[in-house]
Design a binder for this molecule. Structure first.
Ligand SMILES: [Fe+2]
Length: 169
């Protein structure tokens, strides 16, 4: 008894190279969303002050969404015959989302979130481009995730505008 391989599409034997390339892009996306979960937990708990509450609540919601994204990326890696990496492979990159010197510095957090979302948006756009012709399932999944990230960024751009209007950012 042999297992039947898909004869067409991204799971076909002849597409193994393309598949491996997509798996690498998905691994990066997986780590980005995992690190974002870490950074958003940090930055949803540290801030002090009345105005920080809105940011805290917003980040708490994002944590759940980002965790959902990470899980989707991981599942897709598996479906494409890849292996979801272990924690020893993790390399942190979000220097801009480290705790500020002063915990009332909410502008630091807002700018960090915008930078994280912008990085995610760039990488997800790349995956969408790269899978356009080859992998409609990954393409579709990442388009939906991209929409969430664009929503997050827009929300935090709005928070930043309020501080900019007061000359505080
Ligand atoms: Fe996000």
């Amino acid at each position: 008894m042999t297992t039947r391989n898909a004869s067409q599409g991204i799971l076909a034997d002849e597409n193994s190279e393309t598949r491996e390339h997509i798996v690498e892009l998905l691994k990066k996306a997986y780590w980005m969303s995992r690190e974002t979960v870490m950074s958003y937990i940090t930055n949803s708990i540290n801030p002090d002050g009345v105005r920080a509450q809105e940011i805290i609540e917003s980040l708490q919601q994002d944590i759940q969404e980002e965790l959902g994204h990470a899980t989707e990326f991981a599942k897709r890696i598996k479906e494409l015959y890849g292996v979801v990496p272990g924690s020893m492979d993790f390399k942190p990159e979000q220097t801009y989302l480290q705790p500020p010197a002063d915990q009332v510095d909410i502008v630091h957090v807002i700018k960090g979130v915008i930078e994280a979302e912008t990085g995610a948006i760039e990488h997800y756009n790349l995956i969408i481009e790269e899978t356009e012709e080859t992998d409609p399932v990954t393409n579709d999944m990442v388009i939906a995730i991209l929409r969430d990230e664009e929503g997050h960024r827009r929300l935090f751009e709005g928070y930043l505008r309020e501080y900019q209007a007061e000359g505080k950012a």
